[in-house]
Design a protein. Structure first.
Length: 114
C-alpha cells in the first residue's frame, strides 16, 4: 500500500471545458474536488466507481450540485471517499441519473492510490 503523505497527493486537472472522464484507475481515496460550471444552468458532477464513463441512465456513487456559472468545492474532512475500480466523473444535466451534458466544466481533484 502506498503511503499517504497529505503534502503530496495525486492531482487530476482538466485543461479545457469537459463533460467527463477517467479521474484515476484502480483503488483510490478521493479527498477533495473543485469544479467550475461554465453553463448558465445548474449542472451535476457525478462520480462513478468504474473504469469508464457509464451510459446515460446510470446511477452515480456521488453527486455534487453546481449552480449556473458557479464553483463547487468538496473536501472529505478526515475520511476520504473510497473507490475500488476507479473514479470516473461525468457532467450531467440531471442529478439522480447520468445524462451527459455539454463540455462546460473545469475540474480538479486530489486523491491517493490505495
Amino acid at each position: 500500500m502506498e503511503a499517504h503523505d497529505p503534502a503530496n497527493p495525486h492531482v487530476y486537472t482538466t485543461t479545457a471545458g469537459a463533460e467527463g472522464g477517467l479521474l484515476a484507475a484502480g483503488q483510490v481515496l478521493l479527498f477533495s474536488l473543485r469544479a467550475l460550471n461554465a453553463n448558465g444552468g445548474r449542472r451535476y458532477v457525478q462520480l462513478f466507481d468504474a473504469a469508464g464513463l457509464p451510459a446515460d441512465g446510470t446511477v452515480p456513487a456521488m453527486v455534487l450540485q453546481i449552480e449556473g456559472n458557479g464553483l463547487y468545492e468538496w473536501h472529505c474532512h478526515g475520511t476520504p471517499r473510497g473507490f475500488r475500480t476507479g473514479v470516473v466523473w461525468g457532467l450531467s444535466s440531471t442529478g439522480n441519473i447520468h445524462t451527459l451534458a455539454n463540455p462546460e466544466c473545469w475540474l480538479e481533484a486530489q486523491f491517493f492510490r490505495r
